[in-house]
Design a protein around this ligand. Sequence first.
Ligand code: JCF
Length: 684
Amino acid sequence: MNAKSVTPEIKQSIAELREQINDHNYRYYVLDAPDIPDVEYDRLMNELKRLEAEHPALIVPDSPTQRVGAAPLSAFSTVKHEMPMLSLDNAFSDEEIADFNRRLSERLKSTEDIEFACEPKLDGIAISLLYEDGVFVRGATRGDGETGEDISQNVRTIPSVPLRLRGKGFPATLEVRGEVYMPKASFNSLNEYARKHDQKTFMNPRNAAAGSLRQLDSRITANRRLEFCAYGVGLVREGNLPDRHSEILRRLQQWGVRISDKLAVVKNLAGCLEYYKDLEQVRADLEYDIDGIVYKVNRIDLQRQLGFVSRAPRWAIARKFPAQEEMTRLINVEFQVGRTGAVTPVARLEPVFVGGVTVSNATLHNQDEINRLGVQIGDTVIVRRAGDVIPQIVSVVMSKRPAETIQIVFPSDCPVCGSPVEAMPGEAVARCTGGLVCEAQRKEAIRHFASRRAMDIDGLGDKLVEQLVDQSLVHSVADIYRLDAETLAGLERMGKKSAEKLVKAIESSKSTTLPRFLYALGIREVGETTARNLAAEFGNLDDLMKADQGRLQQVKDIGPVVAHFVEEFFQQSETREGIRSLQNAGVHWDEFTPGENTAGEGDQPLAGLTYVITGTLESMSRDDAKEKLQQLGATVAGSVSKKTHAVVAGPGAGSKLARAEQLGITILNEKDFLALLEKPESAQ
Ligand code: JCF
């Protein structure tokens, strides 16, 4: 791109955009209170990127655009910490915390209560951030506490690390210390992705964070969702900080640095113990892993008086939670079959108490994972439970391997139906090829068919599907429509009333929409969006069933893989028969009429218009309202922006409604909305 001449106006625009973006980052990452929708944020960012691309001379290292990673390094250089980065003493019980408190009183020769700052101990990687005159200049690992590695390029990519401090009054040199961690959800999706693409998975969020920070190619780090949370300061030159630890942290927060939202100040030992109990309660619900609590003497003058012992301060201690990892024995491995036929090895374990629950099963994912672990039946293994994730086997304790172990053999035939099990080339997952012949796949298919976003048969839950298939009352989804109240009432945990209710729900599910029906069929890789795209493209089922792969690939967002699955699905005679039975049973939908001339104006009167739905509607669910709008060609968005055409607001509408009012966007109440559905042509 050609560099254009720089005018004062351009400089001004760039400065304003940077300030706005920094403000939004601060609101989002530090205050956890964003006040603009993502699209609006993206718009500001794109505008800044565009201006910077036109005027590269104006790019500065602390511009919010400079977080995408830079050219790979060949090695990290070392950094000497002017003030050593300390570690913490550990305590494992209330008694040890009481001992800690007693030692402090003795040293301080005082009987007064000692005030403590308490915060969760994040299970991440400790790093140091150096700011000179408020500008981020260096990020370093803790290393051995004396020397670490310069990971500035990687640290820059972490959105919650400010590249420039906000406001004023900060010391000329300020070293901020804290933890880099990966939220549990980001860790799970990273591993899920790795598993799908046959890549190495990470053992836990901490390892994932460490691995991401250690990348010589910071563009990889930029793609990992890492976060930073400060726990203190190191080197401080030319400037004063408050005289309490908690106040220092609050000051950091004002300067735009993220601190724990669980930070609390307690009056004494009793307060510490109570904080522990409270945090233990919410631990599993936190978005990140913590391995304990850090208590610090809050007054800095007392900290100075107390000083250090070797590598750790006397004025702080980490109360560790009981381990989330335990040793147990692998008794057996069984193989489960999912809806798409994926065969998953499940470890049966000698029950063991891990992180507050008894665990007797863990997933082994697939053959690659079994190979990676080198695990055999009879082995002693380490089991880890992290929050809401399925327990995992982390490793094998080889030193405890008994003389006789049994190799885990992946079945070549489906354990449920006996059909061959095959893995597609390049895929880690092995699948049963039995399709709906396989009882396991059938159960899953029926569950999916009945689910809320598919045919929405209220009351047809997992347990019931299990019974219906086991008792041969339902073989295929079409059989659902042959069930009567009498048969249902005879099932476990079903009374006459609930049986009648279910029959009603089955009856009303017959009237559906084409996208829902396509989604309900459970075609591989066809989720709700693809189902909707298919429906919009073909308008009716017959044309879709006749389409070949080439034709299917013309549909929005459909590539060769999905096209193949769709074609294959509709080629199967069981599929065709199944669909016929469903239609004979009375399942029907209004045909989409776009036909060949897709999105003809008459058919998609709301095409090009974006709606937002908020609050509750009386006459239909939000999902149904969304679907109705989409059928008319509208886009339904999750947040309000200038591009929003109108907001449909029911009772309980909150910030979205306020935002719409602020922007002067049309607001429709339920009555207006129903009128719109009746006469959508009037919308323009
Ligand atoms: O969250 C942590 N892992 C954490 C580590 C919190 C702290 O307040 C720390 C720490 C390591 C050393 N404080 C020190 C002094």
